[in-house]
Design a protein around this ligand. Sequence first.
Ligand code: BDP
Length: 710
Amino acid sequence: MALKKLTAILIFSVCFVNVFAENGYDLWIRYKKIDDPSLLSSYRAAIRQIILSEKSPILQSAGRELNRGISGLLQIKPVYEDRITINGTLLIGTPQSQPLIARLPIQAELKNIGDEGYLLRSITIDGKQCTVITANTDAGVLYGVFNFLRLIQTHQSLQQLAVVEKPTIKYRVLDHWDNLDGTIERGYAGSSLWDWQRLPGYIDKRYEDYARADASVGINGAVLNNVNAKAKSLSAAYIIKTAALADVFRKYGIRVYLTARFTAPMELGKLKTADPLDADVKKWWKDKADEVYKYIPDFGGFLIKANSEGQPGPQDYKRTHADGANTLAEAVTPHGGIVIWRAFVYANHKDADRAKQAYDEFKPLDGKFISNVFLQVKNGPIDFQPREAIHPLFGAMPKTPLALEVEITQEYLGFASHLVYLAPLIKETLDADTYSKGEGSTVSKIIDGSLDHHQLSCIAGVANTGSDINWCGHPFAQANWYAFGRLAWNPDLGSSQIADEWLRMTFSNDKSFIEPVKKIMLDSREAAVNYMMPMGLNHIMNLGTHYGPGPWDKIPGWNAWDYHRADSVGLGFNRTSTGSNAVSQYFAPLSNQYENIKTTPPKYLLWFHHVGWNYKMPSGKIFWDELVDHYYAGVNAVRAWETTWEKQKTKVDPERFEEVKQLLAQQEKEAIWWRDGSILYFQTYSHLPIPAGYEKPQHELKYYETITFP
Ligand code: BDP
């Protein structure tokens, strides 16, 4: 687009009346007018004119976003110029798109911020006070613009800006488990955002808003379809549909990826085999990749779930995961694509400890993958449970770039009805020390590539987005999308800072609102662990729905008992050397720490040990009493949030106030369901009473066992 010029500098306030109720659609990029008059005038003074030449689609996106932000937050109409004439000039672009920037003494700094980093700098140029938003690439500029708007949204000063940012992780990807029929596996916020039937003809405006939200937190990739893949997504017709989405997302620096069904060469190509070492199969994947890249030149690559939960894979042909991954990776190599191969595998037979299986299967393959393959590892070795011990593969495969996969959708954390802020869960994973190369070998250093010297790095989050008007179902579930993006960009950010930013942008900058509500968010994950699966318990949810308690559940192939192992002696899975010996998969000192019940962190107690009901805990209480304490603490926390939320009535819009209020009431009810159902069930083994002073369950165990999915 040509350089926009306006002759006069016109800054005027526009009185917009907000006729729309707050339905949550605008997420954290809602740009509501700043009320504080002195803040407003200082921001207006800093943005009296803008120099931005919109030479590329991404720079156009940056310009549009800036207009939208400034006209909303400051109610001024930005004025565009092509030279610096006054104080309060915003100078935006790369040294290439904006010659003025090429002359500034910041070139050395630019060299250090890579492809996607950016600088926000207050600089005096020709005697005029300017703010520069610059980067080496247009995408970096776009991220800089979003950060600049975030400063205003969160009421930060724009004086003396010296922000230097660059992402720690290269591929920051959302995995959408969306099916081609519009349903979403483990999606709780409506149906798929992708309208496959009307693509490529109809481009829903929402695609762009989705991309804006992603880009605002630095997410740069989206896997569009379910890991339980259909070959059809790689058919010619669907490649064209995918290309239409890619055209929208590209303007926001986002690449698309597809999941690949391993038997696609047979299903689509009519080959007799999908053996990854078969020449025809290799050729099929190569041709398919060429076809995809013809329509989508910046296609990210393939994500594959193979030989897992019934999905086909290389082992069906007596080949290894590495054989399979490499064949697909070779196909995308000429185009600069990557393959993300999932490590989520387990054979569902009784005697195996599921927690050990991915390690047993993949560790021997370290060094066997070609260089554009990631192995994508879930945070824990079972399956996205409310709390898991860290996955032992982290640190165990130094020759292979590992990607971390976390679940943003709350499959095991109350779907879209429970308020559970996930930054603390993600942080717990990122900050975990594996000791693979001595102290400080954290998961974040493993996945960002720095510990084992990998050039490529990747993090993926299973998306919680859907067609609900507010995108994520629960108003607070939006915070998990936000937090994932922020942590993917910078794993060192704190949960509290992220919650603070999100609350300010999504609800209000009022401190008397932020502090108590932030506390709810920060406490929420631990509370959910407490009322669902405290002290290292896991996989005791209803096995059919993954909602509500089911420690008693048995369905074909599955027993919740296999995970909790309750008996007359105690509770928990012995993974020490006298049990499954999963502890041996960890590096010392963790292996020794977990081997010993006395040194195992209490939060992982039942993950590693079968603990006697009367075992004396460090607190002096017996184990049973402490278990019960945790369950009650979980419910009590939710009750306290309800009281806190009630006090926010005048500080938030009535729509979202009421929605959160009702959902908290539901969460309390269901926390009690979890608590009472679990305690009564475990009591049938412990035969110990609920300690005095606690309210007693209102029903018999049978009642909780027969509650159907609400
Ligand atoms: C499990 C989900 C299942 C997914 C699987 C996976 O229940 O729907 O397909 O993870 O990650 O937790 O492949």
